[in-house]
Design a protein around this ligand. Structure first.
Ligand code: FAD
Length: 136
């Protein structure tokens, strides 16, 4: 009967990382997961040579050099620039909102012009005290 120092439930980032560090410290670990794969919410599935984020897109960001060096010692990272575009009524808009989006929406060029339109729209919906979604 194998003996373990730790039983780790969940092979997501936390469980995997804990097991990795514990093994480095000479501990024996048993990692179990109800999913048939490791990675938890960050799991990617290889579909026709493309890594698809099964549970939603994941981007890694850190400004901590020590963290960056550590994760790169485990796996190679791709460079990734997040530049989403929304399609609304057949037109393309930059997201997240920036001055370019406001120009595309309303033809304005300065933050003051954009603010004035936002204030006007806000006044039209003054009865909404707690917006429940992006549209509101
Ligand atoms: C759609 C989406 C997008 C995200 N985007 C980002 C991002 O861009 N950048 C970022 O840094 N973070 C992002 N996150 C957050 C990130 O996914 C989590 O912070 C991270 O996955 C948490 O890791 P974890 O190990 O704590 O949990 P999880 O990844 O959830 O792993 C937990 C594991 O435990 C298993 N488990 C749970 N209970 C049991 C049980 N009783 N028995 C057996 N197994 C069990 C589960 O199956 C799972 O595999 C995103 C999350 C979501 C949902």
């Amino acid at each position: 009967m194998p003996q373990y120092d730790y039983l780790i439930v969940g092979a997501g980032l936390f469980g995997s990382m804990f097991a990795y560090r514990a093994r480095k410290a000479g501990k024996r670990c048993l990692v179990i997961d109800r999913n048939p794969h490791v990675g938890g919410g960050c799991y990617t599935e290889n579909q026709a040579g493309i890594n698809v984020h099964k549970y939603g897109p994941h981007i890694f960001h850190t400004s901590n050099q020590q963290v960056w060096d550590f994760v790169n010692s485990l796996v190679p990272f791709n460079n990734f620039v997040n530049s989403p575009v929304a399609c609304y009524k057949g037109k393309r808009y930059n997201l997240p909102f920036n001055m370019n989006t406001f120009h595309q929406l309303w033809g304005v060029s300065t933050p003051e012009e954009a603010k004035a339109i936002i204030e006007r729209q806000r006044a039209e919906y003054a009865d909404i005290e707690e917006p429940k979604n992006l549209e509101e």
